[in-house]
Design a protein around this ligand. Structure first.
Ligand code: FAD
Ligand code: SIN
Length: 525
C-alpha cells in the first residue's frame, strides 16, 4: 500500500475520531487526518459529562423519555432507544481505557453522577468539570502508540473523492505549506464535529466550521434538521474570556440565575426553573436581556460551601478567579452562545451516509437522536455509541472491499495566486454577524429572507474565487462556513412553526405532527 492509502480514513481527532480509531485499529489499518493538533475540537472542552443509565434506580425508559421530551418528540425513537440502550457498553469502554471518572464513595454507584437540565435523574458521569480534557488526554497516548494508527496533523480536508457514488478518499490542504494531497481509503469516516462557528458568539473552538457537513453535501449526501442550532444558556461574559463555558452542572448542583439587579426570573418561564431544557433557559435569558437592556445575567452558586464548589468545578473556579471573579463568593456573569449543531449529515444506525463507504459519526451527523433540541450530555454519548456501531459495520464488510488506487490527482492548472485575501476575513465576520443577528435564538420571516439573499451573494462570490484562485486552509473553512450557513437558513425558512430550538415570532405555535427538515443536494440543483 502507498503511504497515502489506508483501510479506514478518519477525518477529525475529537472523541469520535480517537475512539473510532482505537475501536478499529486492532483489526485494520487506520489513518487520522486532523486540521488541528491531535485531540483538539469541541470534545477537549466538554465539561458536564456523558449521560447514561448507570444508577440502578434509573431506567432506560426515563432516559428515553427525557431525550424525547427535550427534543419535543421530533426525535427518531429507534435512534433514541439504540443510543440509550448501548450507553453502558460505550461508557464502560472508556472506563476500561483508563478515563479517571470522578468517584463517589457514598452513592449507589462507584462513580459520581451529576444532573443537568431536562434529566429526571442523576445520570451524567464526569471527570470534575473537565470531562473532555480528561477523556482526550487518556486516549491520545493510546492512539499515538498504536502500531496500526497513522496520524497526519495540520491538514484540512477539502473535499471527498468519489467514484460511482462511492467514497474512495479525500483531498487535504496542508495548513502551513498549502500542499494538496489525495488520500485513498476503503472506508472514510467523517468525525469533523459541528458548525457552531457559523455564529458570532460560540462556546466552540475555531475548528467547528461545519467542514464535514459541507463536504458531504457537496458529495451528494442529504442533511437534516440544520435549523436546530443549540444555544448554551451560560457562556462566561468577560472581555478577556473567549468562548469559555460555564457548565450546566452548575445549575444542576443548585446555581441560580438572576438579572444584574438581583431579581430572579426563571420561575416566570418554566416550573423546572434553572433545570428546564436549555432551549427554554437560553430563550428566557435572551428575552430578559432584551427586555431589561442588560448585557448579561448572573449565575450564582456561592450559597454552596466553598469546598464543594472547588471540588466539583475546579477548572471554572480557577478560570473565573484568574479574571477576578471568586465564584465561592460572587455570581458569574453569563450570556447564551451557540453551542451545538443538532442537525447534520443523515446516517442510519450504522453511521452510514447516502454515499457508499462514507460514514459520519458524532456532531457532524444527524442520526435522529436529538430531535428539536439535544438533551445535555447526550452528545458525547452519541459519539461513543456510533463509533462502536460503525466499527462493527466496517469490519463486517472490510474483507469484501478492495482499495481503489486509481484516484484522480488534484487539478490546480486553472487557478492563480490570489491578489489578496482580505475578502476571506471580511466575509468570515460578516457571515457570523449575519447568522447571530438574523438566524439566532429568536427568528422571524423577514430576517430569514434577508439572511438568505445575503448568503446567496456570498456563496456566489466564494464559488467564483474557488474556481480561479489558489486556495488556502482559511478559505476552505470560510467556504464551508458559508455553505452550512446557507443550509441552516434554508432549513429555518422551511419550518413555518416553532418547535424546540427553532423559535419564529411570526409562527409561534407548534403543529400536530412536525417532521424533520430534510434537504437533498439532488433536489437543490
Ligand atoms: P469535535 O470534538 O469537535 O472534533 C472534530 C475534529 O475534526 C477536530 O479534531 C477538528 O480539528 C477536526 N476537523 C474538522 N474539520 C476538519 C477538516 N476539514 N479536516 C480535518 N480535520 C477536521 N457534550 C456532552 O455530551 N457533554 C458535555 O459535557 C459537553 N460539554 C461541552 C462543552 C463545550 C465547551 C463544548 C464546545 C461542547 C460540549 N459538548 C458536550 C458537546 C460535545 O463536546 C461535542 O458535540 C462533541 O465533543 C463532538 O465530538 P466530535 O468528535 O464529533 O467533534
Ligand atoms: C455543559 O457542561 O453544560 C455542556 C453539556 C452539554 O453540552 O451536553
Amino acid at each position: 500500500m502507498s503511504p497515502f492509502s489506508t483501510d479506514v480514513l478518519i477525518i477529525g481527532s475529537g472523541i469520535t475520531g480517537l475512539v473510532s480509531a482505537l475501536q478499529l485499529a486492532d483489526d485494520c489499518r487506520v489513518m487520522i487526518l486532523s486540521k488541528t493538533e491531535l485531540g483538539q475540537g469541541s470534545s477537549y472542552y466538554a465539561q458536564g459529562g456523558i449521560a447514561g443509565v448507570i444508577d440502578p434506580s434509573d431506567s432506560f425508559e426515563d432516559h428515553i423519555n427525557d431525550t424525547l421530551g427535550a427534543g419535543s418528540h421530533l426525535n427518531d425513537e429507534e435512534a433514541v432507544k439504540f443510543v440509550v440502550e448501548n450507553a453502558q457498553e460505550a461508557i464502560q469502554n472508556l472506563i476500561d481505557l483508563g478515563v479517571p471518572f470522578t468517584q463517589d464513595h457514598f452513592g449507589n454507584t462507584p462513580f459520581h453522577l451529576t444532573k443537568e437540565g431536562g434529566h429526571s435523574a442523576r445520570r451524567v458521569i464526569h471527570v470534575a468539570d473537565h470531562t473532555g480534557r480528561s477523556v482526550q488526554q487518556t486516549l491520545i497516548p493510546l492512539v499515538k502508540n498504536h502500531p496500526n494508527i497513522q496520524i497526519i496533523e495540520d491538514v484540512t480536508a477539502v473535499d471527498l473523492i468519489q467514484e460511482n457514488n462511492t467514497c474512495i478518499g479525500a483531498y487535504t490542504i496542508h495548513r502551513k505549506t498549502n500542499e494538496i494531497t489525495a488520500w485513498q481509503a476503503k472506508y472514510t469516516l467523517l468525525a469533523t464535529g459541528g458548525a457552531s462557528k457559523a455564529y458570532m458568539y460560540t462556546t466552540n473552538p475555531d475548528s467547528s466550521t461545519g467542514d464535514g457537513i459541507a463536504m458531504a453535501w457537496r458529495a451528494g449526501c442529504r442533511v437534516a434538521n440544520m435549523e436546530f442550532t443549540q444555544f448554551h444558556p451560560t457562556c462566561l461574559y468577560h472581555p478577556k474570556a473567549k468562548s469559555f463555558l460555564i457548565t450546566e452542572a452548575v445549575r444542576g448542583e443548585g446555581g441560580k440565575l438572576s438579572l444584574p439587579d438581583g431579581s430572579a426570573f426563571m420561575h416566570k418561564y418554566d416550573e423546572r426553573e434553572e433545570l428546564a431544557p436549555r432551549d427554554i433557559v437560553a430563550r428566557s435569558i435572551d428575552h430578559e436581556m432584551k427586555r431589561s437592556g442588560a448585557d448579561y445575567v448572573n449565575l450564582d452558586i456561592s450559597h454552596k460551601p466553598a469546598e464543594f464548589i472547588m471540588e466539583h468545578f475546579p477548572m471554572i473556579y480557577q478560570k473565573c478567579l484568574s479574571l477576578g471573579i471568586d465564584i465561592t463568593k460572587d455570581p458569574i456573569p453569563v450570556v447564551p452562545a451557540s453551542h451545538y449543531t443538532c442537525g447534520g449529515v443523515m446516517t442510519d444506525l450504522n453511521g452510514e451516509t447516502d454515499l457508499d463507504r462514507l460514514y459520519a459519526i458524532g456532531e457532524v451527523a444527524y442520526t435522529g437522536l436529538h430531535g428539536a433540541n439535544r438533551l445535555a450530555s447526550n452528545s458525547l454519548l452519541e459519539c461513543l455509541v456510533f463509533a462502536h456501531a460503525a466499527k462493527k459495520h466496517i469490519l463486517s464488510r472490510l474483507q469484501t472491499c478492495t482499495l481503489n488506487t486509481d484516484v484522480p490527482s488534484w487539478d490546480g492548472s486553472h487557478v492563480r495566486p490570489a491578489q489578496e485575501y482580505i475578502m476571506i476575513y471580511h466575509d468570515w465576520d460578516e457571515v457570523r454577524r449575519l447568522m447571530w443577528d438574523y438566524v439566532g435564538i429568536v427568528r422571524r420571516d423577514l430576517r430569514l429572507e434577508r439572511a438568505r439573499k445575503r448568503i446567496q451573494l456570498i456563496l456566489d462570490e466564494i464559488q467564483e474565487f474557488y474556481q480561479t484562485n489558489v486556495i488556502t486552509s482559511d478559505f476552505i473553512e470560510l467556504r464551508n462556513l458559508v455553505q452550512v450557513s446557507d443550509l441552516i437558513i434554508r432549513s429555518a425558512s422551511a419550518r413555518k412553526h416553532s418547535i424546540g430550538l427553532h423559535y419564529n415570532i411570526d409562527h409561534p405555535e407548534s403543529v400536530e405532527s412536525p417532521q424533520p427538515t430534510i434537504l437533498s443536494p439532488e433536489e437543490s440543483k
